[in-house]
Write a protein that binds this ligand. Structure first.
Ligand SMILES: NC(=O)c1ccc[n+]([C@@H]2O[C@H](COP(=O)([O-])OP(=O)(O)OC[C@H]3O[C@@H](n4cnc5c(N)ncnc54)[C@H](O)[C@@H]3O)[C@@H](O)[C@H]2O)c1
Length: 261
């Protein structure tokens, strides 16, 4: 088992990619902490994971609230004695054409997708430093390095805020890697392409979701949509000791997207 008895906090762990990572970590023996803003989803996901035999704790936490992230980290360290892994996965998108996007859209997306990563990393860092051990895995996006076409192929117009936040996550990963490396903490980043989760539908109609998936299948070099397990395997790599000499790195898990190549 690659994560036997490791304490792993997964933000946004009650849905989609975070939940897939939690399940994959559970298979490798981790003690799971789902830190999410949505209590119903935490309850549902915890029941699902417990039924599969994994040890799971739920922590209600809004990653945009610094006090809540600190309290969450404190509670986990007190209850479980350690924090070995943090997956900074919580995220939202609000696709809207640039000209129509509001200050509130910008603040909401940057707040969860970038500031939340900063707050959560800062909240766990003292514990990881004290342990002289930690693995932080940040979730960016293919949109953090490549601008996809908008307003066509099921893509609603405009991802200025989302793309800016996700690009920021890549640089934040590098700077945190520098600061925490001397204390035995690695910080890496996974940039997913298109995966079917609730976020895919958050700014799209069901027809646009299908159109987008069909378009994406044709424009990635592997000609198919990836599975959440394939993505979770990469997150697992950075969370495990198999990546012990890798830090500050961003790995794209996107089937080979042409807008990045
Ligand atoms: N699905 C994709 O195609 C895709 C592609 C690239 C990147 N991503 C990124 O992957 C991550 C996970 O997305 P997903 O597809 O699983 O979406 P999702 O909507 O299924 O899950 C997001 C989770 O984050 C939680 N969350 C939202 N705001 C929060 C807050 N303020 N505090 C704590 N938790 C909060 C939600 O409750 C939810 O459980 C996000 O960062 C997203 O930007 C997704």
């Amino acid at each position: 088992m690659r994560l036997k008895d490791k304490v792993a906090i997964i933000t946004g762990g009650a849905s989609g990619i975070g939940l897939a990572a939690a399940e994959r970590f559970g298979q490798e023996g981790a003690i799971l902490v789902l830190a999410d803003i949505n209590q119903d989803n935490i309850d549902r996901a915890s029941a699902e994971l417990s039924a599969k035999g994994y040890t799971v704790h739920g922590e209600i936490c809004d990653v945009t609230d610094q006090a809540q992230t600190r309290e969450m980290a404190r509670a986990v360290a007190e209850k479980l004695g350690r924090i070995d892994i943090l997956v900074n996965n919580a995220g939202i998108s609000r696709y809207r054409p640039f000209a129509e996007a509001t200050a509130a859209d910008w603040d909401a997306v940057l707040g969860v997708d970038l500031k939340g990563v900063f707050f959560c990393a800062q909240a766990v860092a003292p514990q990881m430093r004290a342990q002289q051990y930690g693995r932080i895995v940040n979730i960016s996006s293919a949109l953090g390095t490549g601008a996809a076409p908008h307003g066509t192929a099921g893509s609603p117009g405009g991802s200025a805020a989302y793309a800016s936040a996700k690009a920021g996550v890549i640089m934040l990963t590098k700077t945190l890697a520098r600061e925490l490396g001397p204390d035995g903490v690695t910080v890496n980043c996974v940039a997913p392409g298109t995966f079917l989760t609730p976020i895919s539908a958050s700014s799209r109609t069901p027809e646009q979701v299908q159109e987008h998936l069909e378009y994406r299948k044709k424009t990635v070099v592997l000609n198919r949509i990836g599975t959440l397990e394939e993505l979770a395997n990469t997150i697992l790599f950075f969370a495990s000791d198999e990546s012990s000499y890798v830090t500050g790195h961003t790995l794209h898990v996107d089937g080979g997207r042409s807008d990045r190549m």
